[in-house]
Design a binder for this molecule. Structure first.
Ligand SMILES: C[S@@+](CC[C@H](N)C(=O)[O-])C[C@H]1O[C@@H](n2cnc3c(N)ncnc32)[C@H](O)[C@@H]1O
Length: 215
C-alpha cells in the first residue's frame, strides 16, 4: 500500500512537477509536526487540509480527529483524490467521521474555497515555492479569509530550498523563485508565531505556524 502510494506520488510529480512540488510524500514526523496546533486544541473544531496528495498528513489526522471535529480535505489532482477516497478515508480511523459526514473532500483548487472565518486550523502541504507569485498571493488570501481570527495556519518548506533555488535556478525561474521567496519572507516576519525543524523526512523540512491577527 505505502509503496504503491509512493509510486503514484512520484508518477504525478513527473507529469506535474509544478503542482505536486515534491518527489516523495511527507514522513510521519513531518505530518505530526504540521498537526501540533490542532492536536493541542480543546473541544471541537474545524480543520482544512490543503494539498493532501496521497494522504501522508491526512492519515495522521485520522489518528487525532476527535468526535466533535470536522475536516475538509482539498486536493487538485484527480489521481490523488482517488487515493484519498479509496485508500485513506476507508481506514477505520475515519469510520465515525465519514459516517457522520464530518469529513469532506474538496476536489478543486484551494483558490476556489469559499466562505470566511470557517476554520480553526489550516494545514497546508502546498508546494508554494513551485508556484507563480500570483498563485502564492491568492493562496494566502484564501487561507487568511477562511481562517477564524484566532486560527492557525501550519505549512512546511524544505530547509534551504528557497536559498538554493534562488542561487542555482536560471532565467525566468530564478526571477520567480526570488520574488516568491521575498514574499514568503515578508509573511514569515509578519505572521509566524513558531517554527520547528523536522530532520526525519526525505528532505529536512521546516514547519511554520502563522496567526494572521498577530495575537
Ligand atoms: C508537496 S505535495 C504534498 C502532499 C502531502 N500533503 C504530503 O505532505 O505528502 C503538494 C500537493 O498539493 C497539491 N496541490 C497543488 N496545487 C494545489 C491547489 N492549487 N489546490 C489544491 N491542491 C493543490 C498537489 O496536487 C499535491 O498533492
Amino acid at each position: 500500500m505505502a509503496v504503491g502510494r509512493h509510486i503514484r506520488f512520484l508518477k504525478e510529480y513527473v507529469s506535474e512537477p509544478n503542482v505536486v512540488g515534491a518527489v516523495a510524500p511527507s514522513s510521519q514526523f513531518l505530518a505530526a509536526a504540521l498537526c501540533v496546533p490542532f492536536q493541542n486544541h480543546q473541544g471541537g473544531c474545524r480543520v482544512l487540509e490543503v494539498g493532501a496528495g496521497t494522504g501522508a498528513v491526512t492519515r495522521y489526522l485520522g489518528t487525532i480527529i476527535g468526535q466533535e471535529d470536522e475536516l475538509d480535505i482539498c486536493e487538485i489532482q484527480p489521481e490523488f483524490i482517488k487515493v484519498l477516497k479509496q485508500d485513506i478515508l476507508t481506514h477505520p480511523n475515519f469510520a465515525d467521521a465519514v459516517a457522520t459526514k464530518r469529513v469532506k473532500l474538496l476536489p478543486h483548487p484551494v483558490q476556489d474555497i469559499e466562505g470566511e472565518d470557517k476554520y480553526d486550523f489550516v494545514i497546508s502541504g502546498l508546494p508554494l515555492t513551485a508556484f507563480a507569485l500570483r498563485d502564492v498571493h491568492d493562496v494566502f488570501k484564501v487561507i487568511r479569509r477562511c481562517l477564524k481570527p484566532s486560527g492557525v495556519l501550519s505549512y512546511f518548506e524544505y530547509v534551504g530550498f528557497r536559498a538554493m533555488s534562488s542561487t542555482f535556478a536560471v532565467g525566468s525561474r530564478r526571477k520567480r523563485v526570488r520574488h516568491v521567496s521575498a514574499y514568503l519572507d515578508r509573511k514569515i516576519r509578519n505572521f509566524q508565531i513558531n517554527s520547528k525543524t523536522v530532520l526525519r523526512n526525505v528532505m529536512p523540512a521546516r514547519t511554520r505556524y502563522f496567526k494572521f491577527n498577530g495575537t
